[in-house]
Design a protein around this ligand. Structure first.
Ligand code: GAL
Length: 741
């Protein structure tokens, strides 16, 4: 008998479902020999420092690794701390390729470790013991692993990560199954369980277990990658650098995005822009929803001339006022679109909303789509796109926005692979049009895949549960994804303000007011807004003022956030991330999915729902300073904090230099930030700001400066290196922040 679980020891364990006392099972397992018939022999190569590829058989033609554009940043990987020791050898990973499925077994038998990852999971944080189904899917709110960004990459607190390079929909059993040969001697007799809850309670699996990835179909093999730590943080960095490094948004992309009502016309958009400036709410991007097009759904990708008679002059005027324009769309091409005829032969054999499904895997279709966007929209001032509906409908939803797994595409990719990769290809196609023009972009997308870190798109969802929005933000940081917890409406004002606050600390801040005709500060209740029942002016003013404060705080931190994005790009370190990555030895953090790091030094613990009180755990290893009061707290402590809704509790790591900018209404090419450097603690670590044109890819060719800030003996100093000729920061002042015990 072939055991998937390599072991040369006699394994002690537990017979999970023994209902009757006195039943004893004893099994001795021996090492599974890779040469044993039935196992597919591995070919192991160390492809980079601390990165191994284990090839089983012949991998498929369409996988994220095979279709990606960005190449691994091997130099960046080599600069990371030396890899730690793996708890197993890459050769211990097994695989069985059969005509029905390819199954990968990764040892995972450390009782005290925990597993994280699998993409944008909305409901589960700790993954051990779960069964996942990593399908691209819209609006799922459970622990199955189906999501807008399912990623077969996971990491262990033991300091390693695994990526299985597949574009199929795998089932993953996360150390939850006991194979017959690994089931061990049940030494203790179990009592008869008389209640279902006791019977089915989650219980640890004893003995040797594995993370078992079942890839359906008759693929001839698969590549598995192992990323070493030493800690989970370097694992994530290695994975992101292997993906090509994190994306670098344009500087304006870090400002606020306001998406307007889907039925808005040119005059409405112009008025909205004016209202934002009149209310002095900083904003950099306006998003136009389906109504900008002559046909949607499916999409014509041409302007609706009745609603937008002069789109070009509108876009120019908005640009002049400091707004970048982002257009909603999806990649199902309406018969009225100029793209329809050329894409007819380069699309799948099913329609979605009557539109063609683009065969992005064919380079001709990929180019046609990109060039169309370039020539008709980007060249006319459009700065970004929202790539909607590229996911799959949930089983419980009958909206037909998917195509079947059995779809046929001229390129040879099959329907399952295309569904898994549609959003990924879609982003790449659009991005290529911006790259060709040396413009950075910043977009939205509703589905993505593995190895997506270099793509400057933020995931979003129609699901709206507050705690899940927060958890997705934290989980995204394990998988090279960016999550935008957008604000649409709210049941009450407190919830609205807390939603603003959460979104203001995400990689992207977005108000997606697509289903309300009036600005959100005029009425945040969806039905009333639709019915034009607006709040009284003083209340509108109060909400606009709170929104202004929340957005302004984000804008004050933009130089700091931008520096974090440069680290993401060069070092693979996510700008907004789980605390676990920076404090790997603090076991208390293993369950903390409701706080996160914003940049390297700010801990954010948003109020949930409409609360204004919560518990905050401060990680061990340093002191933390309450941003509002200056109170110093030792790490390793849980505090109860209380404040006002909309003010997310914020703690600064002691010994931080925090760049603090004078607020601006938007970020223009020539914006120079006026900075105060706030000094928290007596021995702050240096901080590096990065300066570049904020808009192009010239930084890749060296056009960037690094400004290293240091503080010693009561004096601040700046050392500037680099060859970017411009100047983005003016350092006006250093402020030693008074701390209180
Ligand atoms: C949904 C999308 C929303 C909005 C809407 C417009 O699919 O998630 O954010 O864009 O389409 O029809």
């Amino acid at each position: 008998m072939i055991s998937p679980f390599a072991s040369n020891a006699k394994i002690q364990g537990f017979a999970g479902f023994l209902l009757f006392a006195g039943f004893v099972l004893a099994v001795t397992a021996t090492a599974a020999d890779p040469a044993t018939p039935g196992w597919t022999p591995p070919t192991v190569s160390e492809v980079g420092k601390g990165v191994w590829r284990i090839r089983f058989g012949q991998p498929e033609r369409f996988t994220p690794n095979a279709v990606r554009e960005s190449q691994p940043n091997w130099d960046g990987i080599a600069r990371l701390p030396a890899p730690g020791t793996l708890p197993f050898q890459p050769e211990d990973i097994r695989c069985r390729v059969t005509p029905a499925r390819t199954v990968v077994y990764v040892p995972c038998d450390e009782p005290d470790d925990q597993i994280y990852g699998f993409g944008l999971d909305p409901a589960a944080y700790e993954q051990k013991g779960l069964r996942k189904y990593l399908s691209v899917c819209a609006g799922v709110m459970d622990k199955t692993g189906a999501s807008h960004g399912p990623v077969p990459f996971w990491l262990s607190t033991r300091g390693y990560g695994i990526y299985v390079d597949t574009a199929r929909v795998p089932w993953v059993h996360v150390a939850r199954l006991a194979a017959k040969t690994a089931a061990a001697t049940a030494t203790a007799a179990e009592e008869l369980k008389t209640q279902a809850a006791d019977l089915y309670i989650a219980r640890p699996v004893a003995g040797k277990t594995a993370v078992q990835v079942e890839i359906p179909g008759d693929s001839q093999g698969v590549d598995v990658y192992v990323f070493a730590g030493p800690t989970p943080r370097e694992v994530v960095q290695r994975y992101n650098l292997f993906s090509g490094g994190g994306c670098l948004p344009p500087l304006w992309g870090l400002g606020m995005k306001y998406r307007a009502f889907t039925g808005a016309n040119q005059a409405n958009i112009t008025n909205l822009a004016r209202a934002l400036r009149d209310r002095q709410i900083p904003c950099d991007m306006l998003g136009l929803e389906p109504g900008w097009q002559s046909r949607s759904y499916s999409c014509s990708l041409t302007w609706a001339k009745d609603r937008f008679p002069q789109p070009e002059s509108m876009v120019n005027e908005l640009n002049r006022q400091g707004f970048k324009v982002n257009l909603w769309e999806h990649a199902y091409i309406n018969p009225d679109s100029p793209l329809y005829a050329p894409l007819q032969p380069l699309s799948g054999d099913f329609l979605v909303w009557g539109g063609l499904v683009v065969d992005f895997a064919d380079p001709r279709a990929f180019r046609l789509f990109a060039d169309y966007h370039g020539q008709t929209l980007i060249d006319h001032g459009i700065a970004g796109f929202k790539a909607d509906e590229c996911d799959n409908q949930p089983l419980t939803d009958c909206t037909p926005f998917n195509f079947p797994y059995s779809s046929v595409f001229p390129s040879g990719i099959d329907g399952e692979q295309m569904i898994q990769l549609y959003g990924y290809y879609y982003q790449r196609s659009i991005l290529s049009a911006f790259r060709a023009r040396n413009h950075r972009t910043w977009g939205d997308v509703r589905a993505t895949a593995a190895l997506a870190a270099p793509l400057p798109f933020n995931l979003y969802s129609d699901a709206y549960q507050f705690d899940q929005y927060l958890r997705q933000l934290v989980n995204a940081s394990f998988a090279g994804l960016l999550w935008s917890p957008e604000v649409r409406d709210a049941g009450n004002l407190d919830e609205l303000l807390n939603r603003f606050a959460l979104s203001s600390f995400a990689a992207q801040m977005c108000l997606n007011i697509w289903f309300m005709p009036h600005p959100v500060w005029e009425q945040y209740d969806h039905d009333k807004n639709l019915a034009h029942e607006l709040l009284a002016e003083p209340e509108q003013q109060r909400i606009a003022a709170r929104l202004r404060e929340i957005v302004t705080l984000r804008y004050r931190l933009l130089p700091y956030l931008y520096a974090s994005f440069h680290r993401y790009q060069a070092e693979g370190l996510p700008p907004v991330r789980s605390l676990l990555l920076d404090f790997p030895t603090d076991a208390e953090l293993r369950k903390v999915d409701h706080e996160f790091l914003f940049g390297d030094n700010l801990l954010v613990a948003p109020y949930l729902g409409s609360e204004h009180r919560r518990q905050v755990y401060l990680p061990k290893g340093c002191n933390w300073i309450d941003f509002t009061t200056g109170t110093l707290h030792p790490g390793g402590k849980t505090l109860t904090v209380e404040g006002q809704t909309g003010d997310a509790p914020l703690f600064v790591r002691e010994n931080t230099l925090l760049p603090w900018a004078e607020p601006v209404s938007h970020i223009a090419s020539e914006t120079v930030f006026d900075l105060t450097i706030k000094v928290y603690g007596d021995h702050p670590e240096p901080f590096t700001l990065v300066e570049d044109d904020g808009e192009t890819y010239d930084y890749e060719r060296g056009a960037q400066n690094r400004l290293t800030l240091t503080w010693a003996n009561g004096q601040g100093a700046v050392v500037k290196n680099g060859s970017y000729p411009g100047s983005r920061y003016r350092l006006s002042r250093w402020e030693k922040v008074a701390l209180h015990p």
